[in-house]
Write a protein that binds this ligand. Structure first.
Ligand SMILES: CNc1nc2c(CCNC[C@]34C[C@H]5C[C@H](C[C@H](C5)C3)C4)c3nc(N)[nH]c(=O)c3cc2[nH]1
Ligand SMILES: [Zn+2]
Length: 371
């Protein structure tokens, strides 16, 4: 069961407000999806995720297939039951991971042979197998098995990856059969406009219920990513959700929304939290720095999250320096709350037809310019 409804479109940019309805509940878009690689959003319990307003989380085929195995998770009643997260889950197909394993993998038309990063054992992912694993996990939204080229990449290489991704998308669609899970197609094409057009055209013909823009946020300069978005999002069906994979930082989220993107995922907030960096309305703050040793303010004076309501920078710095688990939990709670709260302010701004102003004000503050 899956439905996307558009509620409002901005008059002065491509930002839009929508609702995705799935078997495990509804999602308000634009949305940021916290990432839970190993069936957990690191350092967070489902209750804490719920408390900070997470509506949907991401998990991953590649990692869960290797450990603990999709069969075990299926026998546990699927991923929702296994990790006790009863809201929507999106799984990535593993395409991105196996291709980023570098020379640990061999690509053929039938699929990708790769060595496990855990124990070096040999495995093989075909479009059908990646789809079968996601069906066993029982996520609400599954992704087709695609080939994500690196950046930079020769045009001819990108063209081959687009054609293979298209053939693999069809194979995923032919194989897919699940009573509530839907498949999203993933558009490739690197930074080549004509290849983005042919990838989009081929996938739109297959009539997926939603589309991801892949092959970006792989090291290309941000202005180039924005240029690709400018011509790619308008080619995608207006009435279907658009998911920009692997993005991102607050500025990229806001730019993506302005260009018509509805869904985002990024490991950044949880990853930088673990090395003591937090996002605040005044920009990034590296709380482990000595400057904060005697700073008894909250991480972000404008934030009302559990970390900012109960603890000081000095205390959190102390915990991080001492490698205390609570330290990472507090910075993670804050960073996820920051992005989830940012997206809730974005939805409010679109509702009140003042999104571009909101974006400019936020960026001025976040980049440290005085109002
Ligand atoms: C960062 N930039 C970027 N990411 C990208 C991803 C992964 C999205 N995040 C899922 C993921 C990926 C890793 C890390 C975590 C957990 C799990 C394994 C699932 C998020 C992508 N995934 C697919 N299938 N295809 C892409 O083109 C792609 C491009 C990306 N560009
Ligand atoms: Zn906070």
């Amino acid at each position: 069961m899956f439905e996307f409804k558009l509620h409002k479109e901005a008059a002065d940019c491509s930002a839009r407000l929508g609702t995705i309805t799935t078997a495990h509940g509804t999602i308000q878009t634009p949305i940021f999806m916290p990432v839970g690689t190993l069936a957990t959003v690191k350092a967070m319990s489902p209750r804490e995720l719920d408390e900070i307003g997470a509506q949907i989380i991401l998990s991953n085929t590649y990692h869960l297939y290797l450990r603990p195995g999709h069969g075990l998770i299926h026998d546990a009643g699927g991923l929702h039951k296994f990790m006790n997260w009863e809201k929507p889950i999106l799984t990535d197909s593993g395409g991105f991971q196996v291709f980023s394993l570098g020379d640990l993998r061999k690509i053929t038309e039938d699929g990708v042979e790769f060595r496990s990063h855990i124990d070096g054992s040999k495995h093989f992912f075909s479009p059908e197998h990646a789809t079968e694993v996601q069906m066993a996990l029982g996520s609400d939204i599954a992704m087709t098995f695609d080939q994500c080229p690196p950046y930079p990449c020769e045009r001819e290489e990108v063209r081959k990856a687009v054609d293979r991704t298209t053939r693999w998308a069809q194979r995923c669609l032919d194989f897919h059969n699940h009573d509530y899970q839907v498949l999203f197609g993933i558009v490739q094409g690197g930074v080549y406009r004509d290849l983005r057009e042919s990838s989009t055209e081929a996938l739109v013909k297959m009539d997926f219920p939603g589309y991801a823009i892949g092959g970006l946020s792989v090291g290309e300069p941000k202005p180039l990513m924005y240029e690709v978005l400018d011509y790619t999002t308008p080619m995608l069906p207006r009435e279907k959700p658009r998911y920009l994979m692997g993005v991102g930082t607050p500025d990229a989220l806001l730019e993506g929304v302005a260009k018509g993107v509805d869904m985002f995922d990024c490991v950044l907030p949880t990853r930088i939290a673990r090395n003591g960096t937090v996002m605040t309305s005044q920009g990034k703050l590296v709380v482990r720095n000595a400057a904060y040793a005697r700073d008894f303010q909250p991480l972000d004076p404008d934030c009302n999250c559990y970390a900012c309501s109960n603890f000081s920078r000095a205390y959190i710095r102390h915990l991080i320096k001492a490698n205390e688990i609570l330290g990472f939990r507090l910075t993670t709670i804050h960073n996820l709350h920051f992005l989830l709260d940012l997206m809730s302010k974005v939805r409010q701004a679109i509702t009140e037809e003042r999104f571009l102003q909101f974006k400019d004000n936020f960026m001025r503050q976040y980049n440290g310019e005085q109002k």
